[in-house]
Design a binder for this molecule. Sequence first.
Ligand code: GRF
Length: 203
Amino acid sequence: MNRRLGVLISGRGSNLQSIIDAIGSGELDAAIAVVVSNRPEAAGLARAREAGLDTVVLRPTDFATRDEYDATVADVLLRRDVGLVCLAGFMRLVGPPLLNAFPNRILNIHPSLLPAFPGLEAAAQAIAHGVRVSGATVHLVTADLDDGPIVLQAAVPVRDDDTESSLATRILVEEHKLYPAAIAKVLGGRWRLDGRRFVADRS
Ligand code: GRF
């Protein structure tokens, strides 16, 4: 598979940093072709520039429709010959123009053991529900929020004295190991989808 990544961010960019670092250390055999942000103030853009990466800011308010926005993101990625799109804290639903341009080639990371606690504030949801184990999930992106075939997950025990903040911090540490590993797994090929299961291909 084409190992050129397009990373989409909206904020802090700590997962982007984990991908940059994993490529730098040789743990992940890939290259970041472009970092796209929907917010000009995203702190992750500074991380990308620091690493010498190409950055593009596309503000949704500059587009008439969601489809036009997504088609432009797809165009930016296709022009740079991106093979795999990695959502890294990208706070937008991905629509048909982008999904169709990269079928089963868009990944997302989410701070819970999906299908538990999709959406915003996953650590707060986990604390409020009282689960004893939460974690992080990397999955292929579909039209539905935080859905799609699961590539890898990591469990994080919930402690009696955890707050949303302390749990979110420990989950983030796991995310930073999980995302590069999941990207490597997808780029390595030899997998297929069996319904919604992501399975190693033995043939
Ligand atoms: C992470 O918790 C990720 O799982 C979620 O959004 C957060 C992004 O953090 N999708 P960062 O911008 O990568 O630091």
